[in-house]
Design a protein around this ligand. Structure first.
Ligand code: URA
Length: 229
């Protein structure tokens, strides 16, 4: 692969930007400063400003999404989840898998692996997502059963069977395997209460790590990635 393509893929900038980095003598290959952006890279060690830049075909990040940012890759008005990544990681061209509302927190995966993204969002794959919610109001007595049977809204929207676990008067867990617009909020409303706080805590077999603070992100480990496959 050409050096400029390699550098661009790992997030060092556009082709034009990385060509400039090479001209500025900031790039080395096997510890020799290079000046030709079109040189071919196989298994050599590539460094920018003396930091090794490791090529991976796919990148996988886990973010503990905070409230106030939208699940998009760009937006002219609002801060997006991509804005929470450092520039090099933003440049890796990752996109969020699925969508959390602006006021929802929690587990969000970002990747450039389209196949994984499809597998986790395709309705046919039935991947479970678990949400913790704080609620206001009284749930219908048969709310758990209604969730289990599947809920139909007055506007005709149908939600498949889901799991409602009541932890206390104002705290619940909801497990769904679809990803419809405002789904948890609407399902809870349909059984008498209102969601006032929502956090995704699990996707597939992957739990939101306890040590990943709200607003923080990091690369997934291989073990974590296996839990999504
Ligand atoms: N359900 C919702 O209502 N909102 C989310 O962000 C995710 C699931």
């Amino acid at each position: 692969m050409r050096l400029d393509r390699y550098l661009s893929h790992v997030g060092c900038g556009t082709r034009t930007e990385v060509q400039k980095l090479v001209k500025q003598k900031r790039v080395s290959v096997d510890n020799v400063i290079v000046t030709t952006p079109n040189m071919h890279i196989n298994n050599q060690v590539v460094k920018l400003d003396n930091y090794e830049v490791i090529y991976k075909e796919y990148y996988y990040f886990i973010l503990n999404k905070p409230q106030g940012v939208i699940t998009a890759t760009e937006d002219s008005q609002h801060k997006t989840v991509l804005d929470l990544l450092n520039i090099a990681d933003q440049n890796k061209k990752v996109a969020p898998i699925g969508r959390l509302d602006k006021d929802t927190e929690g587990l969000l995966i970002l990747t450039n692996d389209g196949k994984l993204s499809h597998n986790l969002t395709s309705p046919a794959k039935h991947v479970n997502k678990i949400y913790y919610a704080k609620i206001q109001g009284n749930l219908d007595k048969d709310a758990v059963e209604k969730f289990s049977l599947g809920i139909q809204l007055n506007d005709g929207t149908k939600y498949k069977s889901a799991k409602l676990e009541v932890i206390s008067n104002d705290e619940i867990y909801v497990t769904i395997n679809e990803g419809k617009f405002h789904q948890v909020k609407k399902m809870v409303k349909a059984v008498g209460a209102e969601v006032i706080f929502l956090k995704r805590v699990k996707m597939g077999n992957l739990d939101l790590p306890e040590d990943l603070l709200c607003g923080e992100y990091r690369e997934l480990t291989e073990d974590e990635l296996d839990k999504l496959r």
